[in-house]
Design a binder for this molecule. Structure first.
Ligand SMILES: [Zn+2]
Length: 257
């Protein structure tokens, strides 16, 4: 399985390590979250990504979705499928694709037919996306959110999405037959633990506590979703944890598992 966190932030004319948006592309054709889906996908991605799996409806995870559909509207020969929980679908339909903020693409068609459709997912019920199997696991964020276990024929990874402290997630992860990589959020530096608390995110200190709940040593661990303005500080504090197998996921680099 190949996975890349798309770059999203430019300084001058250079892409930086800072990550304003969350959008992972798996095997070049499945997007997990859609923050930078429109502005950071290659032409090849735009031809092949027809499946978008959403963890939750916060802006940094969905911002690119309306523009992605808009960009491709004319060229789509099949609808872009949006895999999301009922709560997330309701937010998209009521607050984004409502004509006031953006066109209701779920009701629009081009010459080939519908351009966007929803596939409702439920926590604990595996679903297929291309040749991958996903299972959503509830996590602990300010709004209804899920993480995912994603399996291919070759490997298994898990992504938390945005979250604070968890229990059910760890039970699931610890019970998996194999796990090649775990991607876990760490949004704020330790000095911002108050904001992390109210917004349901992790700091490096809390990440250390969470990793204490991981009862397996067979997987690489990557910190993700670091808030861009504090990235260097948060990264230093993550390194200082000296947790075995833990590193910060590089933006714009394709990892293989
Ligand atoms: Zn969020």
């Amino acid at each position: 399985m190949r996975i890349e966190l798309l770059p999203s932030t430019v300084s001058g004319n250079r892409v930086t390590k800072r990550q304003h948006y969350s959008c992972f592309v798996i095997d070049g054709k499945v997007a997990v979250d859609a923050g930078s889906l429109a502005n950071s996908t290659s032409d090849e991605h735009k031809k092949s990504i027809r499946s978008v799996v959403l963890s939750h409806a916060h802006l940094d995870h969905i911002a690119g979705l309306p523009l992605y559909i808009d960009d491709l509207f004319d060229s789509l020969t099949c609808p872009v499928e949006i895999f999301a929980t009922q709560e997330v679908i309701e937010v998209l339909e009521n607050d984004i694709f409502n004509w006031r903020v953006y066109p209701k693409f779920s009701e629009l068609e081009n010459e080939s037919g519908p351009v966007m459709c929803y596939r409702k997912i439920e926590a604990g019920v595996p679903f297929k996306v291309e040749d991958l199997t996903f299972e959503a696991i509830p996590v602990n964020h300010k709004v209804p959110s899920v993480g995912f276990v994603i399996s291919s024929s070759a490997s298994v990874i898990a992504i938390t999405g945005d979250t604070a402290e968890m229990n059910g997630f760890w039970q699931k992860i610890n019970g998996l037959e194999r796990l090649d990589a775990l991607l876990i959020e760490c949004a704020f530096p330790n000095r911002m633990s108050g904001l992390a608390e109210v917004s349901h995110h992790l700091t490096p200190e809390k990440l250390g506590t969470e990793l204490g709940k991981l009862k397996r040593a067979d997987c690489s661990i990557f910190a993700i979703n670091l808030k861009p303005m504090y990235r260097e500080e948060t990264e230093r504090e993550i390194r200082a944890l000296e947790a075995v197998g833990l590193q910060v996921l590089e933006v714009g680099y394709e990892y293989s598992f």
